[in-house]
Design a protein. Structure first.
Length: 350
């Protein structure tokens, strides 16, 4: 059954939620960037989820409207969360906890033994400023870090704390619900601007991509939603995202269901690896900044944007079409690698 945007909002209204994000985020045309990418290419629009607020913005502000509501509903007094040392997820979750008065303990995986103290810069600096308790461990993002987070959560439970933790089966579907709403915004805003997208692009290999895909199918949009992966997980990502989308559909009580074939998951733009900038990503980051004064960070959104640029230059879209790129935020991470970026960003001299 195809839903209207209002019907989808009504279904989602049944899930506990607290207001944290500045919504709806703007949908902006990028005229100079569009021309710089290709004079014969489509008009490029950007969905400004870097403007969600909550400590520099990003996609996790939407996620946390549902996750923190769930934590409060379950009587938690401590959130135990984790990801990489420069995690945008952890930065915004720590900010959300500060806003509602929850304690948070972050388990941050560097993926290697320490050879020097971890630089307190970028997202890690912001984690400290908003009052997160932090421990940095050697585990990499994925099952090993998830297990470590669970162990830390048990340690706090033994002390009598009521813990809400990074628990993939609970967290992923709830977070995905928020991006079904984002897809409803894109449908409404594109219609208000007089166009229907030829495609929507987003940087995601998790809840954000699953939610956008769910929203697109529930709303019956006729155009593809493409998730360009910032990392490759050790499992079938299409299967994982479709399962997450279906669990989210059950949470909101809609009949929509996805199969792995409904997930357009693109891993071609990872570059040298997770968390490592690619030449194409650096080009995309620089081009957007120098044509529109907008910043994408170098290891997630810039790589997804480079994928969109590549598709346009390969002739996948016409000049009379429009495409939407979802900016999922993450800009504080660039300051943690300032020296590297300063060396790789081409200088201009007049």
């Amino acid at each position: 059954m195809t839903l209207s945007t209002q019907a989808l909002r009504t279904q989602i209204a049944g899930v506990p939620r607290i207001p944290l994000a500045h919504l709806p985020t703007p949908l902006e045309l990028l005229p100079r960037f569009s021309q710089a990418v290709s004079v014969n290419g489509p008009r490029i629009w950007i969905k400004r989820d870097d403007c969600t607020g909550l400590l520099f913005g990003g996609n996790k502000a939407r996620h946390n409207e549902f996750l923190i509501a769930d934590a409060l509903a379950k009587g938690a007094d401590l959130v135990v969360w984790g990801a990489g040392v420069q995690s945008n997820n952890c930065r915004q979750t720590a900010a959300a906890c500060a806003k509602v008065g929850l304690d948070i303990h972050l388990v941050l995986g560097r993926g290697k033994p320490a050879t020097a103290p971890d630089a307190v810069q970028g997202n890690l600096l912001l984690d400290h400023i908003v009052g997160a308790s932090i421990e940095i461990v050697e585990e990499s993002i994925g099952p090993m870090l998830d297990q470590k987070i669970a162990e830390v959560a048990e340690r706090f439970r033994a002390r009598g704390r009521k813990v809400y933790l990074w628990d993939r089966p609970v967290v992923l579907p709830l977070a995905a619900v928020s991006y079904a709403l984002c897809m409803a915004e894109i449908v409404e805003q594109s219609s208000a601007n007089g166009f229907e997208p030829a495609a929507v692009y987003v940087s995601s290999s998790g809840s954000t991509g699953a939610g956008v895909a769910l929203g697109a199918k529930a709303l019956g949009v006729p155009y593809p939603v493409k998730s360009i992966a910032p990392m490759i997980w050790p499992w079938d990502s299409r299967q994982e995202l479709s399962a997450t989308a279906n669990q989210a559909a059950e949470l909101i009580g809609v009949e929509t269901r996805l199969t792995p074939d409904d997930i357009l998951f693109i891993g071609d733009y990872l570059g040298p690896g997770y968390g490592q900038p690619s030449d194409a990503g650096i080009e995309a980051m620089t081009l957007l900044a120098r044509t529109e004064g907008l910043l994408v960070e170098h290891v997630y959104t810039a790589k997804a944007l480079s994928g969109l640029i590549d598709h346009i230059r390969a002739g996948q879209f016409r000049a009379d079409q429009d495409v939407v790129f979802v900016h999922t935020g993450g800009t504080p991470a660039i300051f943690a690698e300032a020296e590297m970026l300063a060396a790789r960003i081409p200088r201009r001299v007049f």
